[in-house]
Write a protein that binds this ligand. Structure first.
Ligand code: SF4
Length: 229
């Protein structure tokens, strides 16, 4: 006898009413809670909407504030869902954003088959600081490629039991984690503290992240670092 098919979810008549009520509550509470952090988004978006330039990133720049909240929560949920698999994977790679390099156009990064790597040209660059932490765990770090799924799939060929830590802005971290999922790589991540790249600034400037959060993720997974490295 054939097994009955398993139904994963079944929507009742009141599903959309409940979803509407939940979404309204989520947006109201979330936008109130993060009012300080998101204070400049509406004004930025209005300028982007008024900008007559047909720039390629126009739609990205015009994201409404609700999408920032949604992407932030999406990231957090994925972190929780991925945590166990992330900690179980033997190797971890760091994927870093270009916009964090302190020397910007004069950054000395060098190309490798898996992506560009930091050459540690200045001590106070946050990428350099993060790579020094990575060194203590004998981990590799690469600048993010546009084709992230492909980049991670290639790294995975050398390291089949792979997890990834990504650093990115609120609107791109969760999508990076979705790309990692496509490559079969469990991810965690840390946000940039603010935006500074050409999507957001007429005169780009280096961004920063919470380096201690990167360290905490690694400590949770591997324990205290090797002090001899
Ligand atoms: S320390 Fe690394 S990431 Fe920072 S500017 Fe130099 S090469 Fe680029």
């Amino acid at each position: 006898m054939k097994d009955k098919p398993t139904i994963t979810f079944r929507l009742g008549d009141d599903f959309y009413d409940k979803l509407d009520a939940f979404t309204d509550r989520f947006l109201k509470d979330g936008l109130e809670l993060f009012a300080k952090e998101f204070a400049s988004i509406d004004a930025f978006r209005q300028r982007a909407l008024d900008d007559p330039d047909d720039r390629a990133d126009a739609s990205f720049r015009r994201n409404p504030i609700e999408m920032y909240l949604l992407e932030a929560v999406y990231y957090r949920v994925m972190e929780q869902v991925n945590r166990e698999a992330f900690n179980r994977a033997k190797d971890t790679v760091l994927i870093l954003p270009d916009c964090m390099s302190l020397m910007m156009d004069r950054c000395k990064r060098e190309r490798t088959p898996h992506g560009k790597i930091c050459m540690r040209c200045v001590p106070n660059c946050q990428i350099n600081k993060i790579m020094q932490i990575a060194d203590r765990y004998h981990l590799e770090g690469y600048f993010s490629k546009r084709a992230l799924t492909e980049q991670l799939a290639n790294i995975k060929k050398d390291k089949p039991s792979l997890a990834v830590i990504g650093i990115s802005c609120i609107l791109t971290l969760a999508s990076g984690m979705r790309s990692a999922k496509e490559a079969g790589v469990p991810s965690r991540g840390v946000f940039l503290n603010f935006t500074g790249c050409e999507h957001w600034a007429d005169h780009p400037f280096p961004t920063e992240t919470a380096v201690d959060r990167v360290q905490a993720i690694l400590e949770e997974k591997y324990g205290l670092p090797d002090s001899t490295s």
